[in-house]
Design a protein around this ligand. Structure first.
Ligand code: FES
Length: 118
């Protein structure tokens, strides 16, 4: 599994999208680990040029979900999430932790590292 280590500043990670061509198409993704953290993040390109950033830790019992095309699948008991972390199939009852993002006009994706509860 290829994981890109990034250096956060002020609780944020900034990615220049032109440096990460995989994110420039629907279905693309990047696995990130902010420096100094054990937390893995999935950055997932969505249709329409937007992005979802989620924790891959399944809300059922804590396994790491896998990216499978348009879905996030948990290998332990079969929970299925949409690419934005919402639940499509249990046994999980809760969505993945999601992180707020912002894309600037000059093509920089900012990820706010405090998870947003939904
Ligand atoms: S830990 Fe993911 S479905 Fe059980």
């Amino acid at each position: 599994m290829v994981v890109t280590t990034v250096t956060p500043a002020n609780g944020r990670v900034r990615l220049t999208l032109s440096d990460h061509p995989l994110l420039n198409r629907p279905g693309g993704f990047l696995k990130l680990r902010p420096e100094g953290s054990n937390q893995l993040l999935y950055v997932l390109a969505l249709s329409g040029g937007s992005f979802a950033v989620v924790s891959p830790i399944c809300k059922h019992m804590g396994c790491t979900v896998n990216i499978d095309g348009p879905l996030l699948l948990c290998p332990c008991h079969g929970s299925m999430y949409d690419r934005d972390g919402s639940v499509l199939r249990g046994p999980t009852q809760a969505p993945l932790d999601r992180f707020q993002t912002e894309v600037s006009s000059d093509g920089v994706l900012t990820i706010y590292l405090e998870p947003r509860r939904t």
